[in-house]
Design a protein around this ligand. Structure first.
Ligand code: FEO
Length: 399
């Protein structure tokens, strides 16, 4: 990443990772960036570091501005390894006066790197620190998305360093939201929210409320992945308000995996009923779509209808993976149902329904099961399921 001055004396000095395609199971199809920021003030301050294998990019970028050994303070807004992996080496090189983190951040740093000799400076919500001309304010954002997570705000420049919040896994040579395609950006932001922040939606709402109550002027949001928000700040904040509140679109997903085409026939019969009811429908075959992409669609859909054949008394493997992944992300405000074909035991539909019920979704049926190859009558029952759910969703969006 070339160095970019984002405000007078404040530089983006992070790293581009064009190649990464998997982040602990999240398919990063467009790569990602690990953003770090350098503030030149009486106390020269580095905000976050980068993944271990990107450290040379970080140091090269810093050296374009100053000798890294001149850094006085390092802020660790988040301790996950994509932002702290290079911290031990950077600490050794810079020997900063202060290593600034949240209370939980200190614990996490000790548990990761086992350095009780580092100069920890713990900041709680509301703590302030002067760099000379600028003053930093800190806001603990516990469980957004780790216990250690924290925001750092520069009052004078109205910049919010938001670590993983308002982020996206989208590697581009452009640094700002208004320089990239907006629909691609918003898709990547939705995917990021769904895969990283979805289970903490209640806390996202609280943090948004806190930001409102603090009446923070925000001219720029500088996250630790993807682009910096400078023009469409309201767009991303509004999107976070919608996603964290479960605001859905008039859209139903049919998410399925099939063994010998019978469950696929049932899926298309469900889709026919949904289309007839006038809702937007998306068919998702789990054999051809990565589960972390599916979750991005789940975030905005009002309905999800799951289909799997039964294999070895359970669900097919891709559905098994998807549904347990989805369970961990705790989707809410969804109408849900399940269907599938079977040969003799037929457990898949019951298992899917149990998980949908555990998630406290609005489960419509006990599920539709058909033996081996569905008859026309059996397919008609699937179409009827699609019609019923489609009509319910359509009615909610009727004027
Ligand atoms: Fe980008 Fe939670 O690390």
């Amino acid at each position: 990443m070339s160095v970019e001055q984002i405000a007078e004396g404040i530089y983006s000095v992070g790293a581009l990772d064009w190649d990464i395609r998997d982040m602990h199971g999240y398919s990063t199809n467009r790569g990602t960036t690990y953003n770090a920021y350098l503030i030149i003030d009486d106390k020269i301050t580095l905000v976050d570091t980068v993944k271990r294998y990107c450290m040379d990019q970080l140091l090269e970028n810093i050296r374009e501005i100053i000798d890294p050994e001149k850094i006085d303070y390092i802020i660790a807004n988040h301790i996950e390894m994509d932002h702290s992996g290079s911290l031990p080496e950077v600490m050794k090189l810079c020997k900063p006066e202060k290593l600034i983190c949240s209370p939980m951040g200190k614990k996490a740093l000790l548990d990761h790197f086992h350095h009780d000799d580092w100069p920890y400076e713990v900041m709680k919500t509301g703590s302030e620190l002067s760099l000379g001309k600028r003053n930093l304010q800190f806001l603990e954002t516990r469980m957004l998305h780790w216990p250690d997570s924290m925001f750092t705000y520069i009052k004078e420049d109205a910049i919010l360093f938001a670590n993983d919040a308002f982020a996206d896994h989208f590697c581009t040579s452009e640094r700002y939201d208004d320089e990239v395609d907006s629909s691609t950006l918003m898709w990547e932001c939705a995917k990021y929210y769904a895969n990283i922040l979805y289970p903490f939606s209640g806390l996202v709402k609280k943090v948004l409320q806190t930001i409102d109550e603090m009446n923070l002027e925000i001219k720029m949001i500088a996250p630790d992945h993807g682009v910096i928000w400078r023009k469409n700040i309201d767009t991303i904040i509004d999107a976070y308000r919608r996603w964290s509140s479960g605001v859905a679109e008039k859209k139903v997903l049919v998410i399925y995996e099939t063994m010998w085409e019978s469950t696929r026939k049932m899926a298309y019969a469900v889709e026919k009923g949904l289309r007839e009811s006038g809702v937007s429908v998306k068919m998702i075959n789990l054999k051809t779509t990565h589960y972390s992409d599916v979750i991005a669609d789940v975030l905005s859909a009002r309905g999800i209808i799951l289909g799997s054949s039964t294999l070895n008394n359970g669900m097919l493997p891709a559905m098994n993976t998807f549904i347990y992944y989805m369970k961990g992300l705790k989707p809410f405000n969804k109408i849900a149902a399940s269907f599938g074909s079977f040969g003799w035991s037929g457990e898949a539909v019951g298992l899917m329904n149990d998980i949908l019920t555990d998630l406290k979704l609005e489960v419509e049926e006990t599920g539709i099961r058909h033996k081996y190859v569905p008859t026309e009558e059996a397919l008609a029952s699937c179409t009827e399921l699609g019609r019923r759910i489609g009509a319910k969703v359509a009615a909610e969006f009727a004027e």
